[in-house]
Design a protein around this ligand. Structure first.
Ligand code: ZDP
Length: 266
């Protein structure tokens, strides 16, 4: 499945157990020796919610949350026997609530986490907004936001030709971020349109990142780059609509697609 080209192998584990998902993720996400994906998603039963989602990066690490993945997860359970357009999913970032609306998936992503020690990011204070980071002798200004998983957002004048991989990979592994970090470079196009390039922790360049789009909108508001609290986020793989509502929750709306269904020998 994919959400804006951010692609996942989704495995139904409601009635069967997968022993070593870390290893399976490395194998299945490989585009040459496996199926090829930006992540492995497991659909699991839950004692706290309707379902539980686990996600694994192509390097086998387990992130707390996944925005594009949860939209695919929602479409998967809806298409595979769950008879409601609204449900709750247990994740390592808490209970997330997707809803099917007009063929799209709208997700209550919860509240952004801004306290640096909770992102986590080694900065003092209540928020890490427009902080300086030394990246191989070059100064980069970043804002740290967690949407369950950690993000560093940096504003650039022009994304065209910007070295996303070169700088993103260095930010991901910077010692300021004890659990590593996802990295977004944001170009503000207007008061309600922003363009985002992504370097994902444990995955590298991807065509889109749902949690990253949410973090980018929150950082744009905190840095007073836009005055509205909602925006269309243009990613290489397409557009997401993000709103940081008055109740402090972030809502993400976007598509989810099934590409093929099959069986693989492991
Ligand atoms: O936090 C991480 O390690 C990410 N690589 C997880 C995947 C995030 C994702 N791209 C999203 O859409 O939020 C799936």
């Amino acid at each position: 499945m994919h959400g804006l080209g951010n692609d996942f192998v989704v495995v139904d584990c409601r009635e069967r157990e997968i022993k070593n998902p870390e290893k399976l993720a490395i194998k299945l996400c490989d585009r040459h020796f496996g199926i090829g994906a930006d992540g492995l998603i497991l659909v699991l039963p839950s004692s706290k919610a309707d379902f539980r989602m686990r996600i694994f990066n192509p390097d086998g690490s387990e992130p707390e949350m996944c925005g594009n993945g949860i939209r695919c997860f929602a479409k998967f359970v809806r298409d595979n026997g769950f008879d409601s357009n609204k449900f709750e999913v247990e994740t390592l970032a808490g209970i997330i609530k997707p809803e099917m609306v007009d063929g799209m998936v709208r997700v209550d992503m919860g509240e952004p986490i801004l306290k640096p020690k909770d992102v986590p990011a080694n900065f003092d204070g209540e928020m890490a907004v427009d902080k300086e980071l030394d990246i191989a002798g070059r100064k980069l200004r970043i804002t740290a936001v967690s949407m369950g998983n950690p993000h560093a957002v940096s504003f650039v004048d022009d994304l065209e030709g910007f070295p996303t991989a070169e700088i993103g990979s260095k930010v991901e592994l910077h010692p300021t971020f004890p659990r590593k970090i996802n990295v977004e470079f944001v170009q503000v196009l207007s008061n309600d349109v922003i363009k985002v390039a992504v370097w994902e922790r444990g995955a590298g360049i991807t065509l889109a990142c749902g949690t990253g789009a949410c973090a980018s909108l929150v950082a744009s508001v905190l840095n007073k780059k836009i005055s509205a609290r909602k925006a269309t986020v243009i990613l290489p793989g397409g557009e997401l609509y993000i709103e940081w509502a008055d109740n402090n929750h972030v809502y993400m709306t976007g598509p989810a697609e099934t590409v093929f269904t099959g069986t693989i020998n492991v």
